[in-house]
Design a protein around this ligand. Structure first.
Ligand code: FES
Length: 137
């Protein structure tokens, strides 16, 4: 699995998303309360861009007239027909065994880690001041 630095961490603040292309794949990166998650930007229904969907949560109820929104900002609703997927896992809740969005590992690596990496080459003195979002494909 290869790792790609796709954005500076502060480009994707909590509650936002960014569409990137990695190895020819459109991938949407979400920041959920400071954690980064990556999904293929293609709805399994008819291929809509999930990046343009509405972020919501799960509604729960203890009885008529009683409801609460849980996990706000962790569910992406497809902009075309409203299918919903868990941003953290890509899982749907209407058909979790058969319908899900491809998920990729995502996290933050310091610029220093990226510069050091596993490869050795001619080096130049650099300074690293920011963190980067990294996706593994
Ligand atoms: S294309 Fe996403 S729900 Fe239809």
């Amino acid at each position: 699995m290869k790792s790609y630095a796709v954005a500076q961490a502060d480009e994707i603040p909590p509650g936002s998303r960014k569409l990137v292309e990695v190895g020819g794949r459109p991938i949407v990166i979400f920041n959920v309360n400071g954690e980064y998650f990556a999904l293929l930007n293609r709805c399994p229904h008819q291929g809509a861009s999930l990046c343009h969907g509405h972020l919501t949560g799960f509604a729960s109820s203890t009885g008529p007239g009683q409801y609460a929104l849980e996990r706000a900002g962790e569910v992406i609703r497809c902009p075309w027909h409203g299918w919903e997927f868990d941003v953290k896992t890509g899982q749907s809740y209407f058909d979790p065994l058969h319908t899900k969005v491809r998920r990729y590992e995502a996290g933050v690596a310091s610029g220093k880690e990226i510069v050091e990496g596993p490869y050795k080459a001619e080096t130049f003195e650099v300074s690293v001041e920011r963190n980067y979002v990294v996706v593994q494909v």
